[in-house]
Ligand binder design. Structure first.
Ligand code: ZN
Length: 224
């Protein structure tokens, strides 16, 4: 894979590379090329490939901190990250609405603490969290460009799911607009529909069992 195929911007790379290497990186095409980077948390500069920096395992010190006992105590905890702008697209709002008609959603959490570094942070921000079930729901489609959730983004989606699974969460991915299955729990559909959301809830039931789902289920009037 080449840098321009990752669907990530060169400016985010240029902002993080060690300044003497900026000019070389501006012309770089290979994701496997090694550069010196500045840690976002102010640790020492560290060598890593372009691909590694885009998926964000961070410097050695950050990685060690992520698995330190104090950090692991919080691993898997869902929390409210103030000022986070995710889940604000129209389709994500509709997903939240449709899910909220079926199960009780917790509106005060938007992030989960993980036990590794991901994009320079020890947390992930899935579209929808159901902390009672430890299940995250993600909505993916190729977007207007036709390229979102492809390229390196697909690799980072998989890595995000791994990070969640590692701390006891499962991820259900709604894969719309021609995207293939990704991970063990995918709902493939042309677009977000009521049937797709029902399938998500059925998957939750399969993953966590009837008792857990019944405890969250909202009784609904059957439409005539
Ligand atoms: Zn660091």
């Amino acid at each position: 894979m080449l840098v321009h195929e990752t669907q990530r911007s060169r400016s985010e790379l240029l902002a993080r590379v060690a300044p003497p290497q900026r000019a070389a990186l501006a012309r770089e095409t290979r994701v496997g090329a090694v550069y010196e980077w500045r840690c976002r948390r102010g640790h020492d500069r560290y060598p890593a490939t372009v691909a590694e920096v885009l998926t964000g395992p961070s410097c050695a010190k950050c990685r060690a901190n992520a698995v330190a006992p104090a950090a692991l105590r919080e691993a898997g905890l869902a929390f409210m990250k103030p000022g986070l702008k995710v889940g604000t697209s129209r389709v994500e709002q509709r997903l939240r609405l449709l899910l909220g008609e079926r199960i009780r959603l917790h509106h005060r959490v938007n992030a989960v603490r993980i036990a590794r570094m991901f994009y320079g942070k020890q947390e992930v921000w899935p579209d929808i969290l159901v902390p009672q079930l430890r299940i995250a729901v993600e909505y993916d489609d190729p977007g207007r460009s036709g390229r979102a959730h492809r390229g390196l983004k697909e690799g980072s989606d998989v890595e995000k799911d791994d990070a969640l699974r590692e701390v006891g969460w499962e991820v259900i991915r709604i894969r719309a607009g021609g995207l293939d299955e990704l991970g063990p729990h995918s709902v493939v559909c042309a677009r977000l529909t009521v049937a797709a959301v029902d399938e998500v809830v059925a998957l939750m039931r399969r993953i966590r069992g009837d008792a857990a789902l019944d405890a969250l289920a909202i009784e609904r009037q059957q439409a005539v």
